[in-house]
Ligand binder design. Sequence first.
Ligand code: HSE
Length: 420
Amino acid sequence: MEKSILKIGIIGLGTVGTGVVKTLKKFNNIKILKAAVKNINKKRDVSLDYITDDPYEIANDPEINVVVEVAGGVDPCLDVLKTAIKNKKHIVTANKELLAKFGDEIFNLANENNVTVLYEAAVAGGIPIIGPIKTTLRGNEFDKVVGILNGTTNYILTKMETDNLSYADCLKQAQELGYAETDPTNDVEGFDTMFKTAILANIVFHKKIDLSKIYREGITKISIDDIKCAKEFGYKIKLMGIAKKVQNKDVLDIRVHPVLVSEKSMVSGINNATNTVLLEGFPVGEIMFTGPGAGEAPTASSVVGDILAIASEISYTDTVLPYSRVKPQDNAIQQDILETKNSYYIAINAQNARGTIGTIGTICAKNNINLQSIIQKGIKEDNTAQIIVITETSLEADIQNALSEFKNQNIEVTNLIRVI
Ligand code: HSE
């Protein structure tokens, strides 16, 4: 290669790819040789000398040093990136799904071929988090990494609360702002947060994470009523990724679901598409990274940072960025959600009848559940009562047993949200 010019190929020219091309314009040591897209005739914000619809043209081009993948999804990215790695190309990717599902295979192949795979943009958009965990925070033993990791859902929950807008309107806005994935199911059903949580847990705990053992729940069941009720109790609702060590055991509790967070907590102030990552470790203590978690410019910032990191070393060393390499790892032992302990918000819709609250209390007591608060919010026109229960810390298995008993008594639970 010409000593000072890094030649790259970009796969994907959507929201993030466009941002990367725009940002790279001011760096004359980086040359984009080719871009690969699905539809070469689509009108775009940026123009490039060479655009193809065959990503293998990039993976197999002997002139290209770094393949930048911002297309997303597994197919064809997995095979294309493996081809590129076998051709000794470094990889910069924003593809959280690919890394969460096939990270182990990709990193091992990269090690065999002495190339590096950087993925700062895969988690929390513009927030630098992968780099700090692997470098400046390396001396820590972590107990916990939790966060608001999806801009789309945080935007929707914020707007439902502040503007009283419907879920569908808020989602449409998030899509127009370029926050949502091509298929927003990944955002709203919590898959995107699950991929990011798995990636964080992997680098924080140095274990292989099994996605099929992560409990996942999205935000599609959250109503404006839930948001208002939570507020009356002094809480906000956020979708969070949680990965923590279970005390005194070599076990990880990893899950993704909506949570009620105290209005007084720092997390409750993280609004719109902003993301936050909280780490708890020794010796650092508690540390929180906050910033823009989605969208063209913030995500491009992380991708370009990774490209420049490779550019600064590639002419001088055969082993670029050795700290970024992942060593072989053991499988994590992951806790089942039924074994976790949480406090719970339970929204109930029950027939207006004598003794309903008594029945709820009896079922809870029978299942070892102690109540912290219970309120009935009047009687509706259809003669049903909306009742909100907040429990003390209880075992999830006990809660699920209580929910089955509620069902048998025709006590409808409209939502169950964990409180942290
Ligand atoms: N769709 C993602 C989000 C983009 O809303 O956070 C960044 O991964």
